[in-house]
Design a protein around this ligand. Structure first.
Ligand SMILES: CC(C)(COP(=O)(O)OP(=O)(O)OC[C@H]1O[C@@H](n2cnc3c(N)ncnc32)[C@H](O)[C@@H]1OP(=O)(O)O)[C@@H](O)C(=O)NCCC(=O)NCCS
Length: 172
């Protein structure tokens, strides 16, 4: 994982513009390099008290193949939410699991988070299986119209969460 910057817009656009990758994302596909740059700039400018994002890059080449973030962080409540995507050419090779494990470790160990949440479209089977494999528990849903997207759709969501003691127990 490495922090992203405006210079990564060209590498990220093919992922964020791919309808298959963005099918369950909370915002529509990104349609231009300028919009991709703007999204990265907003992310980079955000306070780590609320949000931070990293690229998932291949170790041998440094090529960017995905993205992970945390958002909606509430320091006082020691909770945050995570988001993640991997380019469709690299699905089912263990990259999301590896990247999210590193993100989780950072959130629990460096940010003193106690609870990590992920909200998922009930039809997003890949993401639900991934979360369950990482030890997240389903706590409820579908929550109706949990998100109102910029293209005028409302999205339902399942609530998944992982608590630090559960993660620690699985580390042993
Ligand atoms: C969800 C997503 C990140 C998974 O990425 P990935 O790199 O393919 O996942 P991994 O290879 O690390 O898979 C880990 C586990 O997730 C589950 N999984 C991943 N893809 C799956 C699929 N298509 N169907 C069922 N289970 C799947 C499996 O349990 C898998 O373990 P296994 O391969 O040993 O069975 C990827 O499909 C994606 O980017 N989707 C679009 C973006 C998105 O929906 N993000 C989540 C928003 S909540």
């Amino acid at each position: 994982l490495r922090p992203w910057s405006e210079a990564d817009a060209e590498a990220m656009l093919p992922l964020f513009s791919d309808a298959a990758v963005m099918r369950f994302w909370s915002t529509p596909p990104v349609v231009s390099l300028d919009l991709m740059r703007a999204q990265i700039c907003r992310s980079v400018a955000a306070s780590p008290d609320l949000h931070a994002a990293w690229l998932v890059a291949l170790k041998p080449t440094g090529a960017a193949i995905g993205f992970v973030n945390y958002h909606h962080r509430e320091i006082g409540n020691r909770r945050l939410e995570i988001g993640y995507l991997i380019g469709s050419g690299h699905w089912r090779q263990g990259f999301a699991a590896e990247a999210i494990r590193a993100l989780i470790a950072h959130c629990f160990d460096a940010l003193f988070t106690h609870r990590i949440e992920a909200t998922v479209d009930p039809a997003n089977v890949a993401s639900i299986h991934l979360l369950e494999r990482l030890g997240f528990r389903c706590e409820g849903g579908p929550m109706r119209a949990r998100l109102w997207t910029s293209n005028g759709r409302s999205l339902d969501a399942m609530m998944y969460a992982l608590l630090k003691p559960e993660w620690e127990a699985n580390r042993r």
